[in-house]
Design a protein around this ligand. Structure first.
Ligand code: FAD
Length: 287
């Protein structure tokens, strides 16, 4: 089996769409930072593969973070390192900042992209988990230049599966702006080590409170405990209108989050351990 593949490196968005169109009847994959793709190709080499290298694209929408009406647009090729350097992302969406901060090592964060984290569709994708909690939406473009929008929560349909069709590419995500002044936002990652290790359990939370510290909006997502990252609707609804939780409510709240988990045992942790950890970090979230 050969490890060779052809590489195409479009420089503009139009060139990229033309390359995708020209490869419709061929075996091709996108490569951004390559941190997932190259490991996958090493494990399972493919014959006659073309890698459409996105790293040479100069397109500003793919490559930058910009303020847009109602939110921030983050290009698919923005790296975890660029997320960390963005002051407004840190202050507005701390859960995303903390997820990027905990991803792998400094070297990997310089090349690992937001789009790659979403499109690799791992249940333990840290950036993807934060974006689910933030109610972010994916902007997907096809070879005709048509855009469609899909919530990040619905973007992955299973382990390593997404809604992306063969004539499409992920262009960007839009994160809605906060509608309340006070935030309780962060990212909890439990792994055998903090970095250079996929999460055993992860929990992203972004809770918005009004001037009286009453919770008005809540986003909580859990990773590595089900085939896809889960948005915990009923736990979020439970918080609305409350300021703090008493002991019995904390147990109930943790139970609501845990209802979304269906973990498996693997080399990193048993299903039992994952359930226990998830319940305990959930119980501590609103202390
Ligand atoms: C040592 C190590 C440690 C790691 N630690 C972590 C960690 O702590 N947390 C974590 O979440 N991840 C971790 N990862 C996984 C990886 O680094 C991240 O998922 C990263 O964000 C992937 O981005 P990339 O640009 O390298 O993706 P790539 O490898 O380039 O691509 C990943 C997949 O997405 C597809 N793709 C990429 N961009 C697009 C696009 N715009 N449109 C459509 N498809 C696209 C590719 O075809 C491929 O299938 C780790 C990886 C390694 C090697």
């Amino acid at each position: 089996m050969s490890y060779d593949f052809n590489i195409e490196s479009p420089q503009t968005a139009d060139e990229l769409l033309a390359v995708i169109a020209a490869n419709q009847d061929k075996n091709f994959r996108f490569g951004a930072g390559g941190t997932d793709l190259l490991l996958e190709l090493k494990r399972a080499p493919q014959e006659n593969l073309t890698v459409v290298n996105l790293a040479q694209l100069k397109d500003p929408i793919f490559k930058s973070i910009t303020k847009v009406a109602g939110g921030y647009r983050i290009g698919a090729l923005v790296t975890a390192g660029e997320v960390l350097d963005h002051e407004e992302v840190k202050s507005e969406f701390y859960t995303l900042w903390e997820a990027a901060h905990n991803l792998a090592s400094m070297q990997i964060r310089q090349v690992a992209t937001v789009g790659g984290n979403l499109c690799t569709a791992s249940p333990s994708g840290d950036i993807a988990c934060a974006l689910v909690a933030l109610h972010a939406r994916c902007e997907i473009i096809n070879t005709k230049g048509e855009l469609r929008s899909v919530s990040v929560a619905d973007f992955s349909t299973g382990v390593r599966k997404t809604v992306i069709q063969k004539n499409e590419v992920l262009r960007s995500v839009v994160v809605p702006i906060n509608s309340n002044p006070n935030l309780h936002s962060g990212f909890i990652k439990v792994g055998t080590r903090l970095s250079m290790e996929c999460s055993v359990v992860s929990l992203a939370y972004h809770i918005q409170m009004d001037d009286n510290r009453t919770i008005r909006h809540a986003g909580i997502a859990i990773g590595a405990v089900a085939p896809t990252i889960k948005f915990t609707d009923s736990a979020c609804a439970f918080l609305i209108g409350k300021s703090k939780l008493i002991d019995t409510e904390r147990e109930e709240f943790a139970g609501l989050i845990s209802d979304y988990a269906s973990p498996i045992s693997d080399v990193r942790a048993s299903a039992w351990y994952r359930e226990e950890v998830l319940f305990n970090i959930s119980k501590g979230l609103m202390e």
